[in-house]
Design a protein around this ligand. Structure first.
Ligand code: MN
Length: 272
């Protein structure tokens, strides 16, 4: 059976990035697109639990495609449900980089993450976009193909975040840059003079060498293997080594012998 590749994004099903990705992916297997009907950028891993979802077939170039009135994570869940068996989830190509702390907000990465949570390898792919023009997907295509070739050889990576600069000069393995939070609140006024706020992502200067941000700043394609388990291993090991590491109970349950129940309750409340 040919490899089944489910493709989603957070820019919406009519984004040029998703067809660009589907074209490259179709060299590696059978492709199906399931994506949000409107843009869902910065929705992270939100799921739609309070209203029903629709799964509507459309034609997108030569690809079987379905649009969903939900989030990227919804799309991957529905797509996997309908297709039965999926071998790979690809998300993107996002119009905008997803580097460093953006990983926490990214709907693009969340679609890949939803795949990984369902036991299917997920790869998120994003690229630089300027105000003036859309990315040149034809120029990026050989790099996307090479990245997929590399990652399909790897058997253990369950979640991978890929970012492409405008003019790549090669590919590098990187780590996520987490040195500084890049969210910024910009205050303003609405037409009635009332205060309003924009939450923006501003570039942080001075990324450390070897990180995703550093690589893309230096025109490398960045591949970052990620993990689902967020446990802080060192902190957990330290906590487990403490003398009180045995299960901690907050309310002490004592067998009520001796003083009356009332007295004990009073004592517990400190009303001796
Ligand atoms: Mn997006």
């Amino acid at each position: 059976m040919r490899r089944r590749i489910l493709i989603s994004n957070d820019d919406g099903i009519y984004s040029p990035g998703i067809t660009a990705l589907a074209k490259v992916a179709s060299r590696f297997g059978e492709v199906r697109i399931v994506a949000p009907d409107v843009e869902q950028s910065s929705m992270s891993h939100a799921i739609t639990a309070s209203r029903p979802l629709r799964y509507k077939p459309i034609r997108l170039d030569d690809f079987a495609a379905y649009r969903v009135n939900g989030t990227p994570a919804d799309c991957v869940a529905l797509g996997t449900h309908h297709w039965g068996h999926v071998d790979l989830v690809l998300s993107g190509i996002n119009l905008g980089l997803n580097l460093g702390n953006s990983c926490w907000h990214s709907g693009t990465l969340a679609a890949a993450k939803q795949g990984a949570l369902l036991g299917v390898r997920g790869i998120a792919i994003s690229t630089f976009v300027s105000e003036k023009k859309e990315p040149d997907f034809n120029k990026l295509e050989p790099y996307v193909a090479k990245v997929l070739e590399l990652l399909l050889e790897e058997k253990t990576m369950s979640l991978v975040n890929v970012n492409l600069p405008e003019k790549p000069r090669g590919i590098r393995w990187t780590r996520q840059s987490v040195r500084q939070y890049d969210g910024k609140v910009v205050p303003g006024k609405d037409p009635m003079g009332r205060p309003i706020y924009w939450f923006t992502v501003t570039p942080v200067v001075g990324a450390e060498e070897g990180t995703d941000r550093w690589a893309v700043e230096h025109n490398w394609v960045s591949i970052t293997p990620l993990r689902l388990d967020l446990t802080a291993e060192k902190d957990l090991a330290r906590a487990l080594a403490l003398p009180q590491a045995r299960p901690i109970s907050v309310t002490k349950k004592r067998k009520l012998t001796g003083p009356s129940r009332k007295k004990t309750q009073k004592r517990r409340l400190g009303v001796e």
